[in-house]
Design a protein around this ligand. Structure first.
Ligand SMILES: [Zn+2]
Length: 65
C-alpha cells in the first residue's frame, strides 16, 4: 500500500503528466508530416525541405491530417 500510494501521489502524477505533455508538445513543434507521403519529417522553419522518403519538396504550413 505504501508503495502504491507513493507512486500515485499527486506530485509524481502531475510531474509525469507534465513530462509527457512537454514531450508531445516538443515533438509537435519540431516535426510535421510530409504532405505527399505522410512520413514524419523535420519541421521547416524557413524555405523548403526535401522529403527523404518520397523525394518531393515540402514547406512550412503544409499539413495533412
Ligand atoms: Zn514524403
Amino acid at each position: 500500500m505504501l508503495v502504491v500510494e507513493a507512486v500515485l501521489s499527486p506530485p509524481l502524477v502531475i510531474g509525469a503528466a507534465l513530462a509527457v505533455g512537454l514531450g508531445l508538445f516538443w515533438g509537435w513543434r519540431n516535426y510535421q508530416r510530409c504532405p505527399h507521403c505522410g512520413r514524419i519529417v523535420p519541421r521547416v522553419s524557413q524555405g523548403w525541405f526535401r522529403c527523404r522518403a518520397c523525394g518531393r519538396q515540402y514547406r512550412k504550413g503544409l499539413r495533412v491530417r
